[in-house]
Design a binder for this molecule. Structure first.
Ligand SMILES: [Zn+2]
Ligand SMILES: [Zn+2]
Ligand SMILES: [Zn+2]
Length: 325
């Protein structure tokens, strides 16, 4: 009664187990390992590239590891009263009941991208007189005590210093107040001189991608911290409203970590907002420990991530001045 869909051949009706992902391993070649070290050395201005080019690689060991990543995309909403100068905006309070915060329609951004927006809640806006200026739109000018004129700075108010008429005030001893343009009052900043404020409830909607990683322990000697900055090969990817713990993963510690993260995200994040979607991925992060010999000395370096990032702590020629040619 059901058709056949490629990749779902074993699917039965009712509750069926999802197809299991394949956990494969990739390995870099000696030439790639050397090229990665040469690139690394050339990015350091005073490293000599001679050991990178001419050393003898004696051993390459693989220490691949897995990174489980859980992303939970949430939406949270908060409301606050807001006010702005009234310049003739539409006023709609009490015409209809205001919708509840989660009933206001707001367009969501693409999934798993942080974003924020603020909108006015419909049917909450009204107009009130501006409190600081009591609806007048203006405040008295303090600089000129509302007279619009001040003592002339040039003649100190005498009008005729040393017997001749002051050119600044034409002998009046007073000049127009520059603070208020001579009007004796200034526009109210709160209402922009309009005397009225539009008040309404603003809804702030915030979308957050909550991301957490778990990296499997490995014994190469490379710190887990280093692995945060590199990518791996994606082996498994699953996105849905609420994800289920991944099944069939070879490492039980990883399966447990995934289960713990999912449980934590679903209980914690549903308290502060709504979960819109979850995504879980498993990446294989390649790590190769390369041992090499250079001028009777033995050294090691790591090549890791799909970018072939390098960590070479004991590189033998870190300053060109010290290099023996
Ligand atoms: Zn003034
Ligand atoms: Zn004057
Ligand atoms: Zn005002």
């Amino acid at each position: 009664m059901f058709g056949s869909i490629p990749g779902y051949e074993g699917t039965v009706s009712g509750e069926g187990a999802a197809p299991q992902p394949k956990w494969s391993v990739s390995q870099i070649s000696e030439a790639e390992a050397r090229a990665a070290l040469c690139d690394y050395v050339s990015s350091k201005c005073c490293y000599s590239n001679e050991p990178a080019r001419e050393s003898v690689i004696t051993d390459m060991e693989s220490f691949h590891t897995y990174r489980y990543r859980l992303e939970t995309f949430t939406e949270s909403r908060s409301t606050a009263w807001a006010e702005e100068p009234f310049t003739g905006q539409r006023v709609d309070a009490f015409t209809q009941p205001a919708p509840a915060p989660w009933d206001v329609h707001v367009k969501a951004p693409p999934m798993f991208q942080d974003s924020k927006t603020t909108v006015e809640v419909p049917h909450t806006s009204s107009v009130k007189p501006c409190p600081p200026c009591v609806g007048m739109g203006r405040h008295p000018c303090k600089d000129c005590s509302s007279t619009g004129r001040k003592m002339c700075w040039s003649c100190s108010g005498s009008g005729f210093p040393q017997g001749s008429q002051c050119l600044q005030c034409n002998g009046s001893g007073r000049i127009s107040c520059t603070q208020c343009g001579g009007s004796g009052s200034k526009d109210c900043k709160k209402c922009g001189g309009k005397g009225q404020l539009l008040i309404c409830i603003k809804l702030t909607v915030k979308w957050t991608n909550n991301l957490e990683d778990y990296v499997q322990e490995q014994s190469s000697g490379l710190q887990v911290e280093k692995l945060k900055k590199v990518s791996g090969k994606q082996l498994f990817r699953d996105a849905q409203f609420l994800v289920y713990p991944v099944m069939g993963f070879p490492d039980p510690a990883m399966a447990q970590a995934a289960e713990r993260l999912i449980r934590d995200h679903q209980s914690r994040l549903s308290k502060t907002g709504r979960i819109l979607q979850q995504r879980q991925t498993i990446e294989l992060v390649p790590i190769t420990k390369v041992s090499y010999k250079w001028k009777e000395g033995f050294y090691t370096y790591f090549v890791y991530g799909t970018e072939n990032a390098v960590k070479a702590e004991d590189y033998p020629a870190t300053c060109c001045c010290c290099t023996v040619i």
